[in-house]
Design a protein around this ligand. Structure first.
Ligand code: NAP
Ligand code: GLV
Length: 342
């Protein structure tokens, strides 16, 4: 069996795949160009891909013998799930193992923006620190402030816990009510408009979907407090970037701290890069040694399960095991989910 891995990932995962498959790894510093992706997918049974690889209907159609797509990330907005499901191909992803790492980064960004940490570092480096200043680099208090979590899933909950640890009042908005968490953490569920109007810090943790695309647009930004900080470790297109630049320039909100942007990377002349009240990191939410290793192992587990015709342990399109059953069964030579007792 052949597997294609679109970038070098931690060896722990690659080793697992090599024991079973002929593995090709794209070792470029940048993602493989589309023509390489199409060519490699055509000859492989399993694909490990990254959020930087657009796995659209064309790529999926090119994978004539493709039995499994395994994403090295939790978010799968770069993959046409409907096209994969229609072809009976399960899509794996890596939920959970990066939750705390990403929540740490989100809270780090929140603190950095509130307390103007990057500006302070720059101030010292530029030799402008001459004395202790009673009115210099004043920021926003985090302790006791109100945190608004948009999307109370795994990462949103982990950030809410951190907020509670900092004595914050925590509001959330999500599609479904989380009564157990409300009781356990003392959270308040509100509609998005109220969250934006009341929160001192708004932190985004929903996936990128047609419903969340540009969720934070001009209207949403104008609802926020002029002292508020927006933190985004979810996906760039959840925010409307032009509106955000205006909001920061014209003072509709105080600051933004982003691990994700639209596009990624931002062009060097992008207006957000010249604003002192905007912190931007290069999408490093899950970038700890431990999280990336566990993601690699999980991606390998998903890939290998798919190649064996077994249900993926972490599947982003579970519906493939319903309607896609017949097709999948045919591809696996009749070795269906029912045959596995699943
Ligand atoms: P998750 O557990 O699935 O949580 C997502 C939450 O968003 C769910 O609770 C869901 O609500 C909620 N949601 C969905 N649509 C919504 C909407 N229209 N309005 C409000 N809430 C909505 O996922 P996760 O593991 O926490 O990851 C969340 C996202 O973070 C990923 O999809 C990915 O894009 C991003 N991420 C980024 C990094 C990074 O490096 N910066 C790292 C990891 C993940 P319900 O529970 O009510 O369905
Ligand atoms: C990273 O952004 C992920 O979705 O895992």
């Amino acid at each position: 069996m052949n597997a294609f891995v679109t970038r070098l990932i931690p060896e722990a995962g690659l080793q697992m795949v090599r024991q079973v498959c002929q593995v090709r790894v794209w070792e470029g510093e940048l993602p493989p160009p589309r023509e390489v992706l199409l060519q490699q997918v055509a000859g492989c049974d399993g694909l490990i891909c990254l959020l930087t690889d657009p796995i659209d209907a064309g790529v999926i159609a090119a994978g004539g013998r493709l039995r499994v797509i395994s994403q090295f990330a939790v978010g799968v907005d770069n993959i046409d799930l409907a096209a994969a499901t229609a072809r009976g191909i399960p899509v794996g992803h890596t939920p959970g193992v990066l939750t705390e790492a990403t929540a740490d980064l989100a809270f780090g960004l929140l603190l950095a923006a509130a307390r103007r940490i990057p500006e302070g570092i720059e101030y010292v480096r530029a030799g402008r620190w001459r004395t202790w200043e009673p009115l210099g680099l004043l920021g926003a208090a985090v302790w006791g402030a109100t945190l608004g979590v948009v999307g109370l899933g795994r990462i949103g909950t982990a950030v809410a816990r951190r907020g509670r640890g900092f004595g914050m009042r925590v509001l959330y908005t999500s599609r479904t009510r989380k009564q157990r968490l409300e009781a356990e953490l003392g959270l308040e569920r509100v509609v998005l408009g109220d969250l934006l109007a009341r929160a001192d810090f708004v932190t985004l943790h929903c996936p990128l979907t047609p419903e969340t695309y540009h969720l934070i647009d001009e209207r949403a930004l104008r609802r926020m407090k002029p002292t508020a900080v927006l933190v985004n470790t979810a996906r760039g297109p959840v925010m409307e970037m032009e509106a955000l630049a205006r909001a920061l320039r014209e003072g509709w909100i105080a600051a933004a701290a982003l691990d994700v942007t639209d596009p990624e990377p931002l062009p060097p002349d992008h207006p957000l890069l010249s604003l002192p009240n905007c912190i931007i990191l290069p999408h490093i939410g899950s970038a700890t040694v431990a999280a990336r290793e566990r993601m690699a192992v999980m991606a390998a587990e998903n890939l290998l399960a798919g190649l064996r015709g077994e249900q993926l342990p972490y599947c982003a399109n579970p519906e493939v095991y319903g309607e896609g059953e017949q097709l999948r069964s045919e591809r696996n030579g009749g070795f269906s989910r029912r045959g596995l007792g699943l």
